[in-house]
Write a protein that binds this ligand. Structure first.
Ligand code: SF4
Length: 374
């Protein structure tokens, strides 16, 4: 794989799926997340057990902070260009998991409205409205409001200031080598993300501290740029290099592309109408055979099936139930029609409960967006 191909696959703004994680991990120094390391975390999570989160940088630093009862930050956010969908749910669950691992953890939740402006030409006013829904989703998914700092990029002067000051050490050829040929708006968004990731280490938030950034693998360019600049400015600010965990890029329901808002038929939002969700699940790509008879005889292929993937990544908490489905599918004991129907029921039940939780936290979300923290 040539360097240009590597950059293309590691593009935070593209819809490409990654073909060979090992090669990319080796090329950029991401370390595989081993069972041994996972076992050192105080609790487990289905995303870790099921190898959805597969890589890391310096996770040991966070494990040590938890062990020693020291403060650490969890930093991530959302580009507020629409309602929460399955991809946003995945990253949100990771953030909340790390926030809950210790009562010394504080979550920094960034509304990336400058990036939405540069990448999607969306006005700051529209982003502001969408942000309320996004924060409601975070709260409904379990974010602890007592240990969070919520902010919009366009209004957080400390982030913008960091982006400006640290840009001194970024040449055009450096940023082009990391991101490929992009607009200066996107390059500047990348620098703002550096400011976001380093914000928790500023004196206003207690100074240098371990910081974990849970992201999809395609976001690694931001982590690399940040770590590079944190190192260069270690003397001025005392920054610790931020840690990161990386999840696989989940395929959309068509099985062809990375799940993203750009292809609405391949994903659904957490507030979408039940009928629409049902239609998309019923049309999802499966590992079924052309006929029921053949499937009964030869079994299906859950490894390529998006229904199985939907349950594995999002909606089946029980490892045992998931294993049972896997082997029943392989043995032809279950066929796709009934399997899809069961998935629809499970998903719609979850979505209905989530909606009810969401409505209860509207006032709290509004307050967090105005006051940033409780
Ligand atoms: S039976 Fe279920 S898990 Fe197996 S291929 Fe069909 S939809 Fe997928």
């Amino acid at each position: 794989m040539g360097y240009e191909e590597v950059v293309r696959q590691f593009d935070p703004w593209s819809s490409f799926l990654i073909k060979d994680y090992d090669k990319l991990f080796k090329a950029f120094g991401i370390r595989p997340l081993t069972g041994e390391l996972i076992s050192q975390l105080p609790t487990s999570h289905r995303l870790l057990r099921r190898r959805i989160i597969i890589g890391h940088r310096d996770l040991e630093r966070i494990i040590n902070a938890i062990r020693e009862g020291e403060e650490y930050a969890v930093m991530s956010g959302i580009k507020p260009t629409g309602e929460f969908h399955l991809g946003s749910k995945l990253t949100a669950e990771e953030m909340i998991f790390f926030q809950k691992l210790s009562n010394k953890a504080r979550l920094f939740y960034c509304i990336a409205d400058v990036e939405a402006y540069n990448d999607n030409r969306q006005s700051l006013e529209v982003s502001s409205k969408v942000a309320l829904n996004n924060v409601m989703d975070m709260l409904a998914l379990g974010m602890d409001p007592r240990r969070v700092y919520v902010y919009k990029q366009s209004e957080e002067v400390r982030v913008l200031r960091l982006a400006s000051l640290l840009s001194r050490d970024v040449t055009y050829s450096t940023i082009k080598a990391i991101y490929g040929e992009k607009s200066f708006g996107l390059y500047f968004s990348a620098l703002i993300q550096v400011g976001d990731i380093l914000l928790p280490q500023l004196p206003d938030f207690g100074g240098p501290k371990p910081t974990i950034v849970p992201v999809g693998v395609d976001q690694d360019p931001h982590i690399r740029l940040t770590r590079d600049l944190a190192k260069k400015h270690e003397k001025d600010y005392g920054f610790l290099l931020p840690s990161a965990t990386y999840h696989r890029l989940v395929r959309d329901l068509t099985g062809r592309e990375k799940m993203s808002k750009r292809n609405p038929m391949g994903m659904f939002t957490l507030t979408e109408e039940p009928e629409s969700i049902k239609r998309k699940i019923m049309n999802a790509y499966t590992g079924g055979r052309p006929t029921v008879k053949e499937q009964r005889e030869r079994g299906g292929n859950p490894d390529i099936c998006m229904i199985y993937e939907l349950l594995r990544v999002h909606f089946e908490e029980s490892d045992e139930a998931l294993r049972e489905l896997y082997y029943k599918c392989k043995g032809g004991e279950v066929i796709c029609g009934e399997c899809k129907q069961l998935a629809v029921e499970k998903v719609l039940k979850w979505v209905d409960e989530h909606r009810k939780k969401r409505e209860k936290v509207r006032d709290l979300a509004e307050r967090l967006l105005i006051e940033h923290m409780l």
